[in-house]
Design a protein around this ligand. Sequence first.
Ligand SMILES: [Zn+2]
Length: 68
Amino acid sequence: MIDTVYRCEICGAESDNPVRWIVIHCSDTQLTVYKWTREVADAPHARHYCGEAHAQVYISRWFRSYCG
Ligand SMILES: [Zn+2]
């Protein structure tokens, strides 16, 4: 049995146990930040970040251009 490996969208770091990672769900009009849980991480269109700093990189981009 192999665990899912998650990958940070900003730096490419990978982890199969990303306990301190951050998950973002977003659409054109709404962005939601979650602490890591398996449930939100595995949701369709979930985005994964290795920490607050990289989540913020994405949030800044989203404010400029929205989810694409
Ligand atoms: Zn990262």
